[in-house]
Write a protein that binds this ligand. Sequence first.
Ligand SMILES: Nc1ncnc2c1ncn2[C@@H]1O[C@H](COP(=O)(O)OP(=O)(O)OP(=O)(O)O)[C@@H](O)[C@H]1O
Ligand SMILES: [Mg+2]
Length: 378
Amino acid sequence: MSGQRWKSDELSVGQTLEATFWKNPNEDSKFPLRATHLEGRRAPKVVLSGDTKILPGVPCLIRITAIHKPERTDHGHIEAEYVGPAPFKIEGVYLDPLVSKKLQVALESGLNILLDGPQGCGKTVLARSIASSLGMEFVFFNCGAVVEATDFFATIQVRASSSGAPVTDFVKTDILLALEQAAQNPEQRYLVFLDELNRCQESARNALMPALDSTRKVFHPIENRFIEIPDNVLFIAAVNRGRAFSATFGIDAAQLDRFVPVQMTYLPPEEEVKLLVHRHPAVSRATIEHLVAVADKVRSSPDLEATLSVRATEEACIFLAHPLFEGDPKQQIPEVLKTSFCGRFSGRWDDVGTDAGAVWTVVTTTLRERGIKVRAED
Ligand SMILES: Nc1ncnc2c1ncn2[C@@H]1O[C@H](COP(=O)(O)OP(=O)(O)OP(=O)(O)O)[C@@H](O)[C@H]1O
Ligand SMILES: [Mg+2]
């Protein structure tokens, strides 16, 4: 459907459709904005608008106000006016409807976002898909190795000079390169993703946050001066606190000035099933439902401070789809979960005193409730 071109007679004045406008390359035109697609399908003529409520590059809903020369395929244009923001959708990622609303408001208003959620709940895929669906340049930065605030912008590298003596070089990080590029290309929007912000030194983090939000100035450690953060750069930071660590990580509320904190959790079981069925067609839906039911029990077990990534259910699917694990999935599931689920926790699956053992108890109880026999010696 999406590749098909609209036929002229399918479109009429008054119709409301989704479109993304860009600056009209024809500068003599009285319409400063132009779109080529409606609802993702190529329009039969260019779509033009002079409505100032339309922002270039941001998907929106428009109403057709006129179709000029409908009979001609080589001439004419469609005129449109703004109706409202486009419904927010991000391909391939499940988004909680409430989280989605908050993200939409934040992104439209140019506010930075702090994604907060347990391991493997989709923070990184979400940030990547936001960038690609909004046509933003995605800049990935892992904060795990940051000790001082300047490490966000440059790293020191030591190399041998031609005489063999060591020379130190400042190397710009992808963040600094993006800030410099953004100043040169005001038309392009950049999304800098600060992954695992909780893992960098607290002092570095605390120095960075107000710079990103209120002062919008950062120190360029190579040029020894402050540079502006251009308005076309947006930051999304991700923190992963897990259930066990919720008390140890905090960002001062005042420093969160323009960061919108968005809480994420694991996708609901039925959505996780859909995702895995789509990604692993070789595994039966029934098997995937068993895996997700067990994962859901582990995640919500009050006795376990357990987070279990969607990577774990994916990994189990990969094993179960492999010829080496052929045979009755009901027999294979418990074996695979010893590694894919229990193996992510400390201790051993067969040692009840450990976390892995406690997870194994949840695995066996849930599978038995679902009519899957787990052998006694397991
Ligand atoms: N809501 C979701 N929609 C689509 N895929 C998801 C979702 N949640 C998790 N996944 C899948 O789970 C895997 C892990 O997701 P991702 O790396 O985004 O998690 P994360 O929250 O960034 O984890 P971490 O805290 O370890 O960095 C990926 O394969 C991703 O595709
Ligand atoms: Mg991540």
